[in-house]
Design a binder for this molecule. Sequence first.
Ligand code: LIP
Length: 268
Amino acid sequence: MSDAALSARYDFAVSLAQQAGAVAMRHFRRSDGLRIIEKGPQDLVTAADHAIDALIRNAIQSRFPDDGILTEESGGDISAQVWVVDPIDGTGNFARGIAGFAISIAFSLNGDTRIGVVFDPVVEELFVARRGHGAFCNGERMRVSTTATMGRAAVEAGYSRRTSSSDYLALMARLLDAGCECVQFGSAARGLAQVAAGRIDGYVEAHLFAWDVLAGLLLVEEAGGYADPFPLEGNGQKGLPVRACTRGLARQLQEAMNGASDRLDKMS
Ligand code: LIP
C-alpha cells in the first residue's frame, strides 16, 4: 500500500473518530435515558454503541470498499487490510454516566497495525499514531514516562468477568506488594493512551479483544514504550492478555502477570 493511501486512511480515521465522539456525547448522560442491554455479566451495550458502529462501518464501506472491517458490536473478518474498531470502549462507564470511555479505531495492514486513533470526547483528547511517525495527543508529541521501578509506578490493571476474580486479586496483590499505585478506569483504549502520554506507566489485563487494544498498543509503541505483540490472525475475536508499559517496567510487569496469564492459557 502506498504512503499516500495510508495517509488518506489516517486523515479519514482522525476525522471519523471525532464524528463518532460527537455522536457519543449526544447520547451521554441523556436525561431521557438510554436503552442498555446486558450482553453478559457486567458486559453492557447501548444504543449509542450501535449508532456509532453503524456510522463507522458505513463510512469505511463508502470510502474504502475493499477494506475489511471488524468491530466489537457487528463482528467481521480479518483480512490483509482491515479496520478494527471499538465504537465505545468503556461502555460500562458510558452506560452509567461515568466519564471514562473512548472511540478506538485501528487500521491493520498484513497483520501490522499501521494507524491507531483513540478519542476521548469528554475531555476532547485525540490520541493518534501512524507506524513510524510518532504518537500525538491533540498535536503534542507523546512520550512514555521513564519510570523503571515498581515502587514509583502507577499501573492500570484492567479486569473483566471473562477471567477469574481470584487471578485478578492475585495480580493486584503482586502489584501492590511491589509498591505500585494501582488504578482501574474501565477502558483499555483510554488506559493505553494514558501510558503513551506518560501519565501512567503501564497497562495490564488478562484478556482483551483486538478492538479494545490495537489502536492503544500502537500509541504506546510510537511513544517509545513496550507492548506485547497482539497477532490479529486467530486472536481478533478470541482475545489475549495485554501488557504495555515503559521499557524499564516490562520484565517486572511480566513477572506480576505470570500467574494470571498462565492460568488463562489453561482456561482457553
Ligand atoms: C472494556 C475494556 C476494559 C475491560 C472491560 C471491557 P468494552 O471494553 O476496555 O479494559 O476491562 O471488561 O472489555 O466492552 O467497554 O468495549
